[in-house]
Design a protein around this ligand. Structure first.
Ligand code: NAP
Length: 251
């Protein structure tokens, strides 16, 4: 049912857990993928696995202006982009007992990578999609944290992801007539390197107990939803946020 042949998907943070699962899934459905990460080394093995429909680009999104150059480079690869998956993200702790300068430093880095760089990419995507005959799709990785709130050291992360949800809704409302659809995803705990500290210090079983399914999501569980949203089958759901949290937080 999900057919992506001839479509071009740009995935940021494609070397990570959800990003690499997404790349494999949309490529298996026929898409060409532009794989972004901090370095091209991070996506080398993945690109080799996918084959000739994979291209690699690098940009450090802690400088949000780099996101605009990334979009322009990605656009050059096939002359069009059909789907933007804003997936790159960070989850650094900012304990309250750190100095104000350190605490604010984490906030600034988190807002840059988790909100401002995705915003710059969305801005560029809207400009491009307006000129493409069949528009384009934006899929933004938000988080359960945007709705439920987050653990004490992560105010910045919940705030950034809430911003992603509000931005996605705004884009969906304002540019739909010009062919732009936009979706947000709100995963709960997903078994990736992002949660390394939690897994080591608290344990993945604690997160699993919090779900209705009794197990945490794997990257593939999120990738499946991204592939569906990338297909164009969900156009009238534009503006929505899809929860992928095993009923750990039901809104
Ligand atoms: P991950 O495995 O850590 O992947 C994140 C990717 O983003 C990595 O490839 C990472 O590259 C890249 N990245 C980080 N900083 C970057 C920067 N400055 N410039 C460019 N790329 C950068 O995490 P994940 O779990 O797959 O997360 C993917 C998305 O899902 C994120 O937006 C995250 O917030 C969201 N999410 C995850 C969970 C979860 O529980 N895992 C829950 C809700 C939402 P390096 O590894 O090279 O740094």
């Amino acid at each position: 049912m999900i057919e992506l042949s001839g479509r071009v998907v740009l995935i940021t943070g494609a070397g990570g857990g959800i990003g690499s699962a997404t790349a494999r899934t949309v490529a298996a459905a026929g898409a060409s993928v532009v794989l972004h990460d901090v370095s091209t080394d991070a996506t080398l093995a993945l690109a080799e696995e996918i084959g000739e429909r994979a291209h690699r680009l690098a940009a450090d999104l802690s400088d949000p202006a780099a996101a605009d150059a990334l979009w322009q480079e990605a656009l050059q690869v096939h002359g069009r982009i059909d789907v933007l998956v804003n997936n790159a993200g960070i989850y650094p702790p900012a304990p309250l007992d750190e100095s104000l300068a350190d605490w604010m430093g984490v906030w600034n880095r988190s807002l840059a990578v988790n909100l401002l760089a995705p915003a710059v990419l969305c801005r560029a995507a809207v400009a491009t999609y307006r000129t493409q005959e069949d528009g384009g799709i934006i899929v933004n990785l938000a988080s359960r944290a945007a709705f439920r709130g987050e653990d004490p050291d992560y105010w910045h992360y919940a705030s950034a992801k809430a911003g992603v949800v509000a931005m996605t809704r705004t884009i969906a409302r304002q540019y739909g007539r010009e062919g732009v659809t936009a979706f947000a995803l709100a995963p709960g705990y997903v078994d990736t390197a992002l949660n390394k500290v939690f897994a080591e210090e608290v344990g993945v079983e604690v997160a699993a107990r919090d779900t209705g399914l009794g197990k945490v999501a794997q990257p593939q569980d999120v990738a499946n939803v991204i592939a569906f949203l990338s297909s164009g089958l969900a156009t009238h759901a534009t503006g929505t946020t899809i929860d992928v949290n095993g009923a750990s937080y039901v809104r």
